[in-house]
Ligand binder design. Sequence first.
Ligand SMILES: C[S@@+](CC[C@H](N)C(=O)[O-])C[C@H]1O[C@@H](n2cnc3c(N)ncnc32)[C@H](O)[C@@H]1O
Length: 274
Amino acid sequence: MPPKPGPIERGGVARSFDAHARTYDKLVGSNPGYHAHLRLTAKRMGIPNRGRGLRLLDVGCGTGASTAALLDAAPEAEIIAVDASAEMLAQAHRKTWPRTVRFVHGNAENLAMSGIVGPFDGILAAYILRNLVHQDAALRQFHRLLRPGAPLAIHEYSVRDSLRSRVVWTMVCWGVIIPMARIRAGSTDLYRYLWRSALQFDGIKALTGRLISAGFEDIRVQTVPGWQQHIVHTFLGRRPPDPTAATAAPAAAADIDPEAITPAEGIDMTKPPA
Ligand SMILES: C[S@@+](CC[C@H](N)C(=O)[O-])C[C@H]1O[C@@H](n2cnc3c(N)ncnc32)[C@H](O)[C@@H]1O
């Protein structure tokens, strides 16, 4: 008898997505705000001129929800979208894309192995950093792949700094997401992992510090509207425009209040309230 699969671990997440690929879009589609929040994050990257003449990278593109958000923010850019799950990519391929969008099967921890080389004018990593084994190395890799001055957007659950966020997150996972996965996907392993991994992942201050250590500057953290407020965040950083600035003393992590009231468009949580 084959051994019973153990709990999902960070490094094996893409394999688990293979098994859930066919039901993924239905599940995230019933999550109010999922697509709108991805579009908000892509917009927050501030890609100029509809992306004309620019190259963007979507790391951990899955079935293409984050790719569609990038396309919405920069419809004229060339977009490379990479994922380690062949089945998630197969779902992405079933959709209609302009010729400027290319999907690549590869590991986000070593993009060069899949022939992905910079420079990029922007990188979006939505709901993937939490799943990587070597997160600091991945951030440094994104930094290297960016053109000086270009933005990185990490779109992620980050609940660790707020008791309220952890409680709401747990209630939504066990009250809605996990029961829905049981009905729609017939298995809850990936979604129990989702709950656990988000609780274990960096709080806002820790991830801000990691971005600074990886060489990013101009860090901004904003949350999203809806039940995900103070649960889902956009972490923005920029590769310094002047390559020599990367070696300057890092700025102190911004003072962030993870429970600040947020208007619909989100707020810059690194700035003191007016
Ligand atoms: C939660 S999904 C997010 C998909 C998409 N970005 C979105 O916003 O809907 C996470 C994706 O990351 C992919 N992934 C996980 N680990 C990966 C790795 N090491 N390299 C590339 N993709 C990975 C999974 O296969 C999955 O498709």
